[in-house]
Write a protein that binds this ligand. Sequence first.
Ligand code: ADP
Ligand code: ZN
Ligand code: ZN
Length: 740
Amino acid sequence: MNVAKVIIDLSLDKAFDYLIPEELKGQVHIGVQVHVPFGRGKRRGYVLNIVAETDYDKPLKAITSIAERHSRIPVKLLELGRWMAEYYCCSREKAVRALLPSAVRSGKVKHRTLRMFSIIDPEEAEKFVIEHADKKRTAGQLSVLKFLLTSQSVAQEQLMHGAGVKMSPINALLKKNLISEEKRVVRRDPFADITIIRTKPLTPNPEQAQALETICEIIEDHEEKHVVLIHGITSSGKTEVYLQSIARILDMGKEAIVLVPEISLTPQTVQRFRARFGDLVSVLHSRLTERERFDEWSKINDGLVKIVVGARSALFAPFRNLGLIVVDEEHESTYKQSESPRYHARDLAVMRGKIENAVVLLGSATPSFESYYNAKQGKYVLVELFKRVDDCSLPLVKLVDQRLGTSEKGQSNLISKMLIHAIRDRLNAGEQTILFLNRRGYARQMMCDVCGFVAECDSCSIAYTYHKNRESLACHLCGDVIRAYHRCPKCNSEEIRYSGTGTEKIENMAKGIFPQARIARMDSDTMRKASSYEKVLSQFKRGDLDILIGTQMIAKGLHFPNVTLVGVLNADQALYIPDFRSGERTFQLLTQVAGRAGRGDISGEVLVQTYNPENETIKYAVNHDFINFYKYDMEMREMLLYPPDGHLVTVVFRSENLPECRQYALDFMEYVRPLCHKEVIVTEPAPAAIERIKGKYRYMIIFRGKKMQKLQEQLRRMVLRSKPVKGLDVYVDVDAHSLM
Ligand code: ADP
Ligand code: ZN
Ligand code: ZN
């Protein structure tokens, strides 16, 4: 065994052979990071395999040295990486990179500090963007500002890459005091100083006991099936089931990973795990500094912790004796990675479980169709929890038919008469209300009533959103901002109309209707500073606010016992998105939002405003009837071979040059056509639903059907080997979630 197959940080999708020199024998293992000569330089790489002989016909170079004791990847994780590269059609290097935090990979971290940049004052920044829109000299600076306007705090590398600039525009903005830099700050784990009161396992109720029995049988007897889907309504005690399953795994000397969506990774969530298992729990989340991440990773690698709670990437925790993986809220679409490798953390968890012989628990109140389908097919074990632990009934959901005259006198019907009355009742009773609308800004589009002009972003094919407070038009895709028009730029008319209500407008309206009420808004516009989030939440919790208006942000996982009314302002919005998952998303969202009402001893009420009261999806959601909704929606999917009945793979082409993009997509299609199984349905190359993002045109080919594996292999090869014209890129998205 003299030859190591080494993968190097270049996107070549290839392992290179190196000799293992005498002095390193016994130290070079699979997964170890090594230094090797490459070309005229030196590179870092990972040992993927060790073999006796090489097929290479020239003399081999030898490994120079071993890089870091710490950065050894467990063999089974490498196996997962290999599977990920094949299945998700990315290069092996990309897959290996995903397995390790960059802090560990670079090998430099111990003494490295990260420079983090953020906007000081969003309003000032936007003003600058508006005023310098046409000046060439500041193009780099604008690019940096726009990038930062769509994110919170960004590391130097990421910023330079994302904005496509060198350091000079960043430095210029620092000088102008438009952005700030955070350096050498070793931020503490924000969850470290929560006081924790130890908890003991609760006595399971009959449903939980049944669930635990099923799970323990699988854990102990290594049944053939290793995945359990827990379909349990909100507050049915799923988390308690996870906790007790983990305890069983620890007793067996094994380790556990718990994945939660980033947005649910709150102190409260972490606390429940720390309270049960104390220091054995490590937390991985995106706000860790590189150093903290490095430390957490090392703790896991050195066997100091036994449980990891974290978002998506926690799945790659370097445990060596993994017994259990929990994926909470398994239906969440944020588990699907939108950059290469485009993996789905839930599916990858199932795969890691298979490789490591570990049990996988998927939990949700509204399971993904994929998981429910697998359970129905008998691939997964289905466990159902239909009762709330506190025996409190599910909130009463009522539809408000907006087609009827539902407006209060002198008001538009954005907030219906019924809803206004219900809110008044709550205000009088000293109870709280949540109003949900999944669209931020004031209006979705600005339009001229005379000539029909619609204000659209120059670099993306979507309309600007109008923000009234700031009198600006903003693109939510690329971060561009311009001053709002008061006259139509095309025909100079003043007949400007705004349509498509957003949270900002609802806030203004609510303040007019309920002048006495204390009202706050929570969306990514008002929550630009990280501290505002905790601030508003604690105000609301203390009872210092009566009405909370918000987007997605307030739909998930928050517990407020005094909220007795939830108003959903436009239930139909997601239904109109042309995507086969729009029904599923609407159902999930309505269920989640409704779950915010009546979690205390007072029962809750939910008012859902809709223009489609006859819509089946909405009716099922109102009745909390997942099982029949699934049957209903599956019929359509089966007919059209959409997931989960078939697989869905897209190939996306991006370029600033439209004719080149189209031509390349067409040529690609000609090449692929003969490779498709006759049962594969192909949507020929066409512009994506959002044709242009950040200045790039996008073409898409959609494949769906049952027999896709061969095709995936071919697509992978084609995309990784293709060398398209400059400025054009191609990627494959397997099990794509977005058809936009
Ligand atoms: P889910 O995860 O399904 O939303 P949780 O596990 O959070 O539900 O349970 C809801 C609440 O009920 C929690 O406060 C939890 O501590 C409590 N709880 C769960 N199981 C039991 C039990 N067997 N006995 C008493 N309380 C329980
Ligand atoms: Zn006009
Ligand atoms: Zn844009």
